[in-house]
Design a protein around this ligand. Structure first.
Ligand SMILES: Nc1ncnc2c1ncn2[C@@H]1O[C@H](COP(=O)(O)OP(=O)(O)OP(=O)(O)O)[C@@H](O)[C@H]1O
Ligand SMILES: CC(C)(CO)[C@@H](O)C(=O)[O-]
Ligand code: BAL
Length: 275
């Protein structure tokens, strides 16, 4: 990867305001959401690198690592069409030593909300993201707001560990009917897909209210009206720490939801002005 930097003529250090190299980390199965991040990256840097790596470390033992969609050839076409300079697609053996010992901890932020339902997931994300930063050495890295807690812990890692990279968050791209694009949407049957629409509908219902209790109530009513949906959580949290906000909270908050539709687990969120 460092050789690729040399081949592109990318020296050390970015020009002010615009990086030399932006990285968009992904797990592949690229869709319009990823494309929007690549375009954002191109606005921020002269060259864009996309990494494609389904990271075993962030999947729990009963999760979908083995069936996660892998569409490498189509992903390369997307990258080419979007003017990506480098695709970095390591194997698990390239990334992890068999006797790996050391990883990154997301601290308290790794055990709340998403971390409560996916123990160790955010530690696995931070470990691979730090490794990708070290391997690619980007000036800028772009992540989607759809994985809001992931974005928050990555920002926190960059601050806590003084990493020399600017983090940019990209807005969630949705289908016209509101469903947030996700690689996992391809697991959904047409019936499941209708059920899944309750997630974005619940967030929209919550976003129409002002007080925290009303926001939670309005969103929960939509989710409870959908019996085929198994709710993991619906929370209203501080965007930086992912701790639940109190009833007297004013200012920004994130309304986040995770639910299972059949065997597919989906997440979504919206940022709200509260109070
Ligand atoms: N709808 C979307 N809009 C904008 N960014 C997105 C969207 N979906 C995913 N991303 C972002 O793309 C990056 C790569 O995510 P990933 O490859 O896991 O895709 P995904 O669609 O989120 O897949 P998954 O099914 O695992 O949720 C992450 O930063 C993620 O937040
Ligand atoms: C950031 C990431 C590429 C790390 O594996 C992954 O969690 C994802 O695709 O959101
Ligand atoms: N987009 C987040 C990656 C995961 O669910 O593992």
């Amino acid at each position: 990867m460092l050789k690729a930097r040399e081949a592109l003529g990318i020296g050390a250090g970015a020009s002010p305001g615009r990086g030399a190299l932006a990285l968009v980390p992904t797990m592949g199965a690229l869709h319009e959401g990823h494309r929007s991040l690549i375009r954002l990256a191109r606005e921020r840097a002269a060259h864009v690198a996309v990494s494609i790596f389904v990271n075993p470390l962030q999947f729990g033992p009963t999760e979908d690592f083995s069936r996660y969609p892998r569409t490498f050839d189509a992903d390369l076409e997307v990258c080419e069409a979007e003017g990506v300079s480098v695709v970095f697609a390591p194997s698990a053996e390239d990334m992890y030593l068999p006797d790996r010992q050391v990883g990154v901890s997301a601290g308290g932020m790794g055990s709340v909300v998403e971390g409560e339902f996916r123990p160790g997931h955010l530690d696995g994300v931070l470990t691979v993201v730090l490794k990708l930063f070290n391997l690619v050495q980007p000036d800028v890295a772009v992540f989607g707001q759809k994985d809001a807690q992931q974005l928050a812990v990555i920002r926190r890692m960059v601050a806590d560990l003084n990493l020399p990279v600017s983090i940019v968050g990209g807005p969630t791209v949705r289908e016209p009917d509101g469903l947030a694009l996700s690689s996992r949407n391809r697991y959904l049957s047409s019936e499941d897909r209708v059920t899944a629409l309750a997630l974005s509908r619940a967030l929209t219902a919550g976003a129409g209210r002002h007080a925290p209790a009303e926001i939670r109530r309005a969103a929960l009513a939509v989710l409870e009206a959908e019996p085929s949906l198994a709710l993991d959580y619906l929370v209203l949290v501080d965007p930086a720490t992912f701790t639940e906000v109190g009833d007297d909270h004013t200012g920004e908050a994130i309304l986040a939801v995770a639910a299972r539709v059949g065997s597919t687990r989906l997440i979504d969120n919206v940022t709200l002005g509260v109070g």
